[in-house]
Design a protein around this ligand. Structure first.
Ligand code: FES
Ligand code: FES
Length: 163
């Protein structure tokens, strides 16, 4: 058994300890907002937060989630009202959309660590999130808008306490 908190809710799963957490989230728990891209920790599509830090869930064994606080895109807000999600909407960032939940999770983590990032800081932090549609300029604009909208981005976990 592996016990962890997912978006504020206690979760217990019985899975192969080596199973990537991405499969636990998508296939076992049926939460499909987190995407599978490369499966090798390269593209960032599967980015979630583990104890507030961005992680590639395709390369994170389920056993490592034991006792940790996991947040997925579904945990940011019940109604997509998180400041970063609102900025994404305002800038019409997604094209195909496939990479975007990972992009948003990285952007939220960036703004938690650096509430007012400059271009270089955004490039450095976001470089591991690949967008094959090339929405990078809109992502950067949305991050700046979100930074201006709130200098203290918080994760409001659905069904749980703030982190
Ligand atoms: S699917 Fe995890 S980094 Fe690409
Ligand atoms: S929006 Fe299509 S891969 Fe990023």
């Amino acid at each position: 058994m592996i016990d962890f908190t997912l978006n504020g809710n206690p979760i217990r799963v019985e899975v192969d300890p080596e199973m990537p957490l991405l499969w636990v989230i998508r296939d076992v728990l049926k939460m499909t907002g987190t995407k599978y891209g490369c499966g090798q920790g390269i593209c960032g599509a599967c980015t979630i937060h583990v104890d507030g830090q961005p992680m590639r869930s395709c390369s994170f064994p389920a056993s490592a989630a034991q006792g940790r606080k996991i947040t997925t895109i579904e945990g940011l807000a019940e109604d997509a009202s998180h400041p970063v999600q609102q900025a994404w909407e305002a800038h019409k960032v997604p094209q195909c959309g496939y990479c975007q939940s990972g992009q948003i999770m990285s952007a939220v983590a960036l703004l938690q660590q650096n509430p007012n990032p400059d271009d270089q800081a955004i490039d450095n932090f976001m470089q591991g999130n690949i967008c094959r549609c090339g929405t990078y300029n809109r992502i950067k604009s949305a991050i700046k808008t979100a930074a201006n909208a709130s200098t203290n981005i918080e994760i409001r976990e659905v069904g749980g306490a703030k982190s």
